[in-house]
Design a binder for this molecule. Sequence first.
Ligand SMILES: [Zn+2]
Length: 412
Amino acid sequence: MTTEIRLNGRVYRLPRRPTVVICVDGFDPAYLEHGIAAGILPTFARLRDDGFVGTADAVVPTFTNPNNASIVTGAPPAVHGISGNYYLDRATGKEVMVTDAHLLRSETILGLASQAGVKTAAITAKDKLRKMLGYHLDGVAFSAQEADACSLAENGIADAEALVGRPKPSMYSPDLSLFVLDAGVALLERGAATLLYLSLSDLIQHGHAPGEPASNDFHRAIDTRLARLIALGAVVGVTADHGMNDKARPDGSPNVVFLEDDLNARFGAGAVRVICPIADPFVRHHGALGSFVRVYDKAPVGIEALKAAIAALPGIELVLDGPAAAERFEMPPDREADIVVIATRNVALGATRGEHDLSGIDGHRLRSHGGLSEQRVPFVVSTRLSPAYQTIARQRRLRNFDIFDFVLNGVD
Ligand SMILES: [Zn+2]
């Protein structure tokens, strides 16, 4: 009987008791700090004594797909190949949404564990992540978004709605995430899974700052499910794919630099193409505006001239050519753009005004992510760490993709 798996230079002990990793999408450390201080997150608060509550760095770009891929492979994007939600395929010139595993260059911890005989489940709020998280996974893999369309052949479960005991929620409901957690609880109650990855949606965090009633309610509901998973005997690790910051002006309007408009106004129509890798099928809450974009020099204008023009714009934190960006942020160099641009904490980057539908963010301030300002995320383990892992946690810069290592190897 296999007792461990190996992936990307790490060895993982297979779980001897139920083990759950939760990726709370958009869980900025500010939500955790506020929630603990305000008494909204009693379980998280208790884990400061009974487990481990710290922070870690997410991978850049601080978007959902690259970070979920890193968490389930235990490796940076240079290894697994996913450096955006949306990308320009240089070979075809086509712009492509990442909705399956075809760009993935690594096996996953979940897939290998399932093949080693561990009852494994990957449950995600949005279906766009399901195929990637379920890559080579011989077990349960489904999304809350399509919980009504599961089959034994495709998802390893035919009755996801019956499992949870309610119909699938609306795509734009916070219950989409709670449904994922409730499915995890139900699988543990049934004894139907030993290793679980539960990946939520950041709908609430995009719309609501820490302390607002909607975000308080949502994070309290997460805390309740965390308590339930622990009560069922699970070791639970909680981290996030990225943080979240306010990107609105004092008057409430979105604070956006439309980079493709600006650069084409200066260098000529069609001179550059700007790709916003935050784009996904759920753009209503952020208008596909994040703080990291990729620039393709089509004219060509020349990289140095473009970099200088971009650096002179307001709200720009960092401009790097593609190879330098790939090196610094451990991204796959062959999939990198000519130039990478990162905005400052309270600024978002767009392509052209016409491409971004801002109607969905009417009524709330733009909140988003993608840059360096959203790299810090919570890193929580529900059980006290072994002495060796306490030392690691003290001495090393933790990454969110260390979480499976910690829950599988770091507790006795
Ligand atoms: Zn996310």
